[in-house]
Ligand binder design. Sequence first.
Ligand code: GDP
Length: 364
Amino acid sequence: GFKTGIVGLPNVGKSTLFNALTRTAAAQAANFPFCTIEPNVGEVAVPDARLDRLAAIAGSKQIIPARMTFVDIAGLVKGASRGEGLGNQFLANIRECDAIAHVLRCFEDDDVTHVEGRVDPVADAEVIETELMIADMESIERRLQNLVRKVKGGDKEAIAQERLLKTALAALEQGQPARTVQVADEDARLWDMLQLLTAKPVLYVCNVSEAEAAEGNAHSAAVARMAEAQGAASVVISARIEEEISQLDAEEAREFLAELGLDEAGLDRLIKAGYKLLGLQTYFTVGPKEARAWTIAQGTSAPRAAGVIHGDFELGFIRAETIAYADYVTLGGEQAAKDAGKMRAEGKAYVVQDGDVLHFLFNA
Ligand code: GDP
């Protein structure tokens, strides 16, 4: 599955946020039990109103949302790149994630100590980014040394790796994270395999006080400007509010949100932003038994999409009966869509579109 690592300096609200994420009613919704894989790893349901509509039309007994994994990566501090304390372990944890949710303290509270003695989220972001950039530079230099022999031997893959590593190193030496490097399509696979920490997509999570949850504040505005300049994303939430909401049932949560002038829980926005950041999209399988959302990367072909359900579906793929979400909903279900000629038989080359309702035919 797709994993997002939650990072940030100590005392910015990471644990509060993580606990809220994994305890929330949405995470436990719809017959899919929240599962604690490890104390600091949790799965959450991806909120998607389309799934509920499809289930209502088909009269599905069960609703199974898509899921995303969050990992609370505590303890990243200045010096982590030098392996101080448990630094190296934290960096290894980040390396395994597909994206980073970087929590920034945007709330003022004299009772909560700030490790740097002041509230300045843009400077905090730089502290962590610098650690990650140093770690990347060191690992690139190590890897370049290890490649020397293969490159001399004319190994094509090693030569390509060396070229990419040198490009990344040049950017890092200019103070730019690896995610600012433009990578050609044909290099994309090799680039991903390098697993550079600063190449991972970043979502800045501005943790503001309860009173500022709706509008944000000057700190979160500064973070939003920084994010835009870097091609990163940002969301404003109050971890405290989310923690309270996570202990309410759905109805109570709606009332509480309305009182605060919020139309959607911050966690829902956070989860959706993470999904978007990862370049993920959804297709649905819908029937009387269950309506289910499946996660794929944008640009995934029909056989590979089928493989997300089961490997045999991919191997024996024949075709995908496909109804666009809009057609399914406007026409009022599978049979109606079929009667209107809106059910397409798509083959191996078909690229699945966000919201497609699919039924796979395959050789067992
Ligand atoms: P972590 O070290 O980043 O995991 O931070 P924690 O989640 O443990 O939070 C550190 C402290 O800040 C705790 O005492 C939280 O209750 C407090 N805290 C977290 N979010 C907020 C917030 O939005 N406002 C205020 N005033 N305190 C918060």
